[in-house]
Design a protein around this ligand. Structure first.
Ligand code: GLN
Ligand code: ZN
Length: 760
């Protein structure tokens, strides 16, 4: 056994700080309450704390340079000049970063921000660098070098991290592949410059992230690695090339022989680790991401140690250990969760805890299992307590599920038959109008919910307040002459949390925040046990709303895939099984809604597309179970019950078959911003059921006119037969104000009536 040390490092760390300190400071700066210097000082404190925590935990090379005050890809866009001309000439400053992120005003004109996109298969969103025809690479390194220097002052071993040049180009917009790759050479030269400057700042190792290696890369991109990495290779600087989020064994030959000094592999997601390691030349460092940087659960340290021991025997000091990816995607500190049942709290491992897990593994490898026996036992014991905890496995849920899945869930009759029954039951006009569910969340509603949560008002007065709001929302919709109504969702602060709180198997943290984008954080619930619905969740609200009117009121639920995607989930059963369990709970809810007289039920799936695996070859498997989970929830109803679904986007081209397979009677989508172009997928496919293409962009503060809406509808009629078209906004209205909602919906109804007159 080799007895050499193992280096432990991180690829990135949460930037939000304790109690989301950086969020509050940033927002204060935006509001003008503190100065730039004060903001920088707060950031400096968070950075110092991050580095100190890592040092205390025995991390040899903590990451630095990824500590962005908004987004590290936006930082990289400024660093290399990948910014569009509409912002004017931009220096690499914090204010420039905020302009890119939030838009700005130049000469009385509103300059829209960079687009944001989901970061691979995470819920983090990055700023999309924009390339233009005349974009040239321009290195502006001072701010980056400063950040690194700041980190070095706290811990001289801090290792600069930067997105790699090919991933940076890939993630940019505005040019096709060839146009992006045309910049690769000069971008590599700029990286080389930067590496040289880091070297003179005393840096030894730099980590370059190429997460696109986890995708199935087109040949042109694969081929670019060699020339780019040859070009940027810089004497005196060692490069650790990192990839993460998925198995990269298919691309190992793309990178194994590049002139880099080390390769980081996501060992959690790489199936054939030994073969992958074997492909790497014997003089390179191999960093194994052994602790899952996406998981909130305590690791099976004994199991990992057994798996790693033979690798350490072979690699010796060439072996480094790390989390699989940046810890950005997990909350900061499980130690703050003082209100969870002990069995659960004992099994959480957030960013700070993962550092110790890594150190334990390294010590165990070098000094033998005995040296860490206590830690291994503590982990094993905690995990087995959770495995046996009441509610982890529920026989009733498992039985019911296996029964429900004996045949594949389908409606009793195909859509055309159902449509007739629904027409008879709902009695809707041509071009029926509806909304997506939520109405403005006013201060009074929020105050009432908060007061109830803090037990300042009792159940009865809370219900009264919510009912008053529902009454108002129904009244407003009747005055607007909308055809299918909603209750407005005043009781929900969040479309996942609301249901999670009422289901068995869920838990909620106090401080489990993760960055979603910029200063925005989310606190996903945790699914730790079998999911079960102890009692009806929405029926009372929906039934009350329906009691106020003869027009149909849609029941409103969050779908199984979205419930899954926007939660942290247990790792002892598959995501598929969890989605089915939620589907089953929703099926019961739908049946209860029907019993209460609700004739149309919407099951929102805004995260349906987000679940797609990174590699397209694996899409089919995911889509199959995702569709099945949705159908498990929605197919157990009679023909006359109309099932709606809603998705907050409209890129459906490559999944349209699965969207059709959901067999929802009506789907509402977001089409305004694309000027209805995104309906093409449905038209080309001959989508058989009803569609409500959004005709009001609710993200924009501009109120649409009836003429604009009518034009959009005319475009839709050119694609979809009128008897299968609905008229609705792009998404829910909870972020808008009543003063905006009323005229916009009035315009929407006017436009629908005009078309009705024309096509009747
Ligand atoms: N029914 C939800 C709402 O209207 C849908 C939200 C969403 O699509 N994200 O708010
Ligand atoms: Zn939406």
């Amino acid at each position: 056994m080799s007895n050499t040390d193992i280096l432990v490092h991180t690829l990135g760390f949460p930037r939000i700080g304790e109690n989301r300190a950086l969020k509050w400071a940033t927002e204060k700066y935006w509001r003008g309450d503190i100065s730039l210097a004060e903001l920088e000082q707060s950031a400096q404190q968070v950075l110092a704390q991050n580095l100190n925590w890592q040092q205390q935990a025995g991390i040899d090379y903590p990451a630095c340079g990824e500590f962005s005050l908004y987004d590290h890809i936006g930082d990289a866009a400024l660093l290399f000049g990948l910014t569009p001309a509409r912002f004017g000439p931009l220096d690499n400053t914090l204010d420039s970063l905020f302009s890119l992120a939030r838009g700005t005003r130049i000469n009385e004109e509103n300059i829209p921000p960079l687009a944001m996109k989901k970061w691979f298969n995470t819920n983090y969103h990055y700023l999309v660098p924009e390339l233009e025809a005349d974009t040239t690479i321009r290195l502006d390194a001072d701010r980056y070098l400063d950040q690194v220097a700041q980190a070095q002052a706290i811990n001289p071993a801090a290792k600069p991290v930067l997105i790699g040049p090919l991933s940076l180009l890939w993630l940019s917009s505005g040019r096709d592949d060839a146009g992006k790759l045309a910049l690769a050479e000069s971008l590599a030269a700029a990286y080389s410059d930067l590496l040289g400057q880091l070297q003179s700042q005393g840096v030894e190792w730099v980590q370059l992230d190429e997460p696109i290696l986890s995708l199935a890369l087109p040949q042109a991109w694969r081929a670019a690695f060699e020339s780019v990495y040859n070009r940027l290779s810089t004497p005196g600087i060692k490069i650790l090339l990192a990839s993460y989020f998925d198995d990269i064994s298919a691309e190992i030959n793309t990178i194994a022989h590049l002139p880099v000094d080390g390769i980081h592999i996501d060992a959690v997601h790489t199936e054939n680790l030994t073969a992958t390691i074997d492909a790497i030349p014997a003089y390179k460092v191999i960093s194994l991401g052994v602790i899952d940087g996406r998981s909130i659960w305590r690791a099976d340290l004994a199991g990992l140690l057994a798996r790693l021991a033979p690798l350490y025997d072979r690699l010796g000091s060439r072996l480094w250990l790390a989390p699989s990816c940046s810890l950005l995607h997990v909350p900061l500190d499980a130690g703050l969760e003082t209100q969870l049942p002990t069995v659960l709290a004992d099994n959480l491992s957030f960013a700070r805890q993962k550092l110790y897990e890594l150190r334990t593994l390294a010590t165990g490898l070098v000094h033998g299992e005995q040296a860490v026996a206590d830690d291994l036992k503590a982990a094993t014991d905690a995990r087995s307590r959770l495995a046996l905890a009441e509610g982890r496995e529920r026989a009733d849920v498992r039985e019911k599920l296996s029964l429900a899945l004996q045949s594949s869930p389908e409606r009793k009759n195909p859509y055309p038959v159902r449509a007739q029954a629904q027409r008879a039951s709902l009695n809707l006009p041509l071009f029926p109008t509806t909304t997506i569910g939520s109405f403005p969340q006013t201060d009074e509603i929020r105050a009432a919910r908060r007061a109830f949560k803090r037990q300042e008002i009792d159940q009865h007065s809370y219900e009264q307040r919510m009912q008053a709001e529902i009454e108002r929302v129904i009244q407003e919709q009747l005055e607007l002459d909308i055809d299918m109504l909603v209750h407005g969702e005043p009781e929900r602060n969040d479309m996942v949390e609301y249901f999670g709180e009422q289901l068995d198997g869920y838990a909620f943290t106090l401080q489990g925040w993760v960055q979603s984008y910029g200063s925005r954080c989310v606190k996903p619930p945790i699914i730790w046990g079998d999911v079960r619905r102890p009692q009806a969740m929405t029926v009372a609200w929906s039934a009350y709303a329906q009691s106020l009117t003869d027009r149909p009121v849609k029941g409103m639920l969050t779908g199984p895939v979205t419930m899954l995607q926007w939660s942290f989930v247990r790792d002892d059963i598959s995501r598929e099984q969890i989605a089915y369990q939620i589907g089953l709970a929703l099926r019961d809810e739908i049946n209860d809604l029907v019993k209460a007289g609700i004739k149309a039920i919407q099951v929102d799936e805004p995260a349906f597309r987000e679940g797609l695996p990174l590699k397209q070859q694996q899409w089919a498997g995911y889509l199959e179970w995702a569709v099945r989970a949705f159908k498990l929830a929605t197919t157990d109803v009679d023909d006359a019950i109309q099932i709606h679904t809603h998705m907050c986007y409209s890129e459906f081209n490559d999944i349209i078959e699965s969207i059709a397979a959901l067999d929802a009677d009506v789907i509402t989508i977001e089409t305004t911003r694309s000027n209805m172009k995104l309906l093409d997928a449905f038209a080309d496919f001959d989508y058989p059921n009803e569609i409500g293409p959004g005709v009001w962009d609710i993200h924009s503060p501009l109120t649409p006119t009836a003429e604009q809406i009518e034009q959009r509808l005319q475009k839709a009629v050119a694609q979809i037969p009128p008897e299968r078209l609905w008229v609705n906004p792009d998404c829910g209205l909870k972020t808008r104000r009543w003063e905006e909602v009323r005229p916009a919906l009035a315009a929407l109804v006017t436009a629908a009536k005009k078309l009705r007159a024309q096509y009747q």
